[in-house]
Design a protein around this ligand. Structure first.
Ligand SMILES: *Cc1c(COP(=O)(O)O)cnc(C)c1O
Length: 402
């Protein structure tokens, strides 16, 4: 099918919950993808950081292929010979005791919420059904009914009530506001260390450390949603590391599946995950051998630390490249590792319009919230490829001036 035919069929048979760019991809290798018309693009979105290691990474493809022929699913009714190794290496990577494997990011967030609530009732003596969790405004934690109930994005939230309740939203980056929201029934703080969907919003320096200190003082669990920020994106295994903060619970997803399949996990110490007993939580696919094989190969790519170092080395290249674009309609930009949010002057173009222009220049990415563009290329991008990405961004912005 051609691009036009594909789009016509999709618009007839798919629920219209997305508005993709008019490009139909068929192959990917590293940072490059190819469409059905044979055109090549640099993938600067990387599946919202699910593709941190690029398309078709040889180690991940090999792990998947080998496991595919041996055993793909057992359910947790039985042991399989891949889960133990995966969990052991993931717990070590996180410096925590235990792993609770799930599939999608939203499921892992839901799992952490359940853990925090059970913790409130069994460890903190909060009256049953009364536990509260502090969240940040402009968060993105997924699309389940509970999670969208504490979203401040009307598109994500409106029309899906009744909402679950039990969440108190405070401005992101304001530690004093967070502390003021602590009540006797508060049990946890759930945060993205850097807000991805909000536009790669970095908190002010010292914020995460202050939140950690507030959690310690009030006996709250700090739940770090590192689904998008984690696993190398910011130049560290976890974004929290940039602030020398260790959360009580890591929520992981996206890149944990290496862009091959959905793999997520909640990782924490025994004292925390012990609140869940047999039969109290689970998932048919969570911890399946195929997911574990790929997940373990992902961990193998992160353990040496050289990929994280590569990301830190490229951060200044990204930073300088974006700083040059301020004459071309960029109002502000934020960079951490290989992750950037770019706020456009809305008089120059909308984020969507720039994405369309970028497509013509051989770069694919996605806007967020109208006038913000994000860049999150695969971490395996070379110096030269990053320069090319920045040059193409400059050309696209120049084209929009005309
Ligand atoms: C993408 C994302 C999620 C949800 O992950 P899904 O796999 O789409 O359910 C949760 N939290 C953050 C921070 C994310 O970026």
């Amino acid at each position: 099918m051609t691009t036009a035919e594909t789009i016509a069929v999709e618009s007839a048979v798919l629920a219209q919950t997305y508005a993709p760019l008019p490009v139909v991809l068929t192959e990917g290798q590293g940072v490059w993808v190819r469409d059905v018309e044979g055109r090549e693009y640099l993938d600067a979105l990387a599946g919202y950081s699910a593709l941190n290691f690029g398309h078709a990474h040889p180690a991940l493809v090999a792990a998947a292929e080998q496991q595919l022929r041996r055993l793909t699913l057992t359910s947790r009714a039985f042991h399989n010979d891949r889960l133990a190794g995966f969990a052991q290496r993931l717990s070590r990577l996180c410096g925590k005791d235990r792993v609770l494997p799930m599939n999608t990011g939203a499921e892992a967030v839901e799992t952490a919420i359940k853990v925090a609530r059970k913790w409130a009732y069994t460890r903190r003596g909060v009256p049953d059904g009364r536990a509260r969790i502090i969240v940040a405004e402009n968060n993105f934690h997924g699309r389940t009914t509970t999670i969208v109930g504490f979203s401040s994005d009307p598109a994500a939230r409106a029309g899906f009530g009744p909402y679950d309740g039990g969440f108190d939203a405070v401005p992101f980056g304001d530690a004093a506001a967070l502390e003021a929201a602590v009540q006797p029934t508060t049990t946890a703080v759930l945060l993205e260390p850097i807000q991805g969907e909000a536009g790669v919003v970095l908190p002010p320096p010292g914020y995460l450390a202050a939140v950690r200190e507030i959690c310690d003082r009030h006996g709250l669990l700090l739940l770090a949603d590192e689904v998008q920020s984690g696993l190398g994106r910011t130049g560290r295994t976890f974004a929290c590391e940039n602030d020398a903060v260790v959360p009580d619970v890591y929520i992981l997803g996206k890149a944990l599946g290496g862009g091959v399949l959905p793999v997520s996990a909640v990782v924490a110490d025994t004292v925390v995950l012990d609140v869940l007993g047999v039969g109290e939580h689970g998932s048919t696919f969570g911890g399946n051998p195929l997911a574990c094989a790929v997940g373990e190969a992902v961990i193998g790519l992160l353990e040496p630390g050289d990929l994280q170092e590569h990301v830190r080395a490229l951060e200044p290249v990204m930073e300088e490249g974006l700083a040059r674009l301020h004459e071309l309609g960029v109002l502000r930009h934020r960079v951490r590792g290989l992750w950037a949010g770019i706020d456009l002057d809305p008089r120059v173009a909308s984020g969507r319009r720039l994405c369309e222009e970028l497509q013509h220049h051989g770069v694919l990415t996605k806007d967020t919230h109208g006038a913000t563009l994000r860049l999150a290329p695969p971490l395996v991008i070379t110096d030269e490829e990053l320069m090319l990405l920045l040059e193409r961004l400059e050309s696209a912005l120049l084209a929009l001036q005309r």
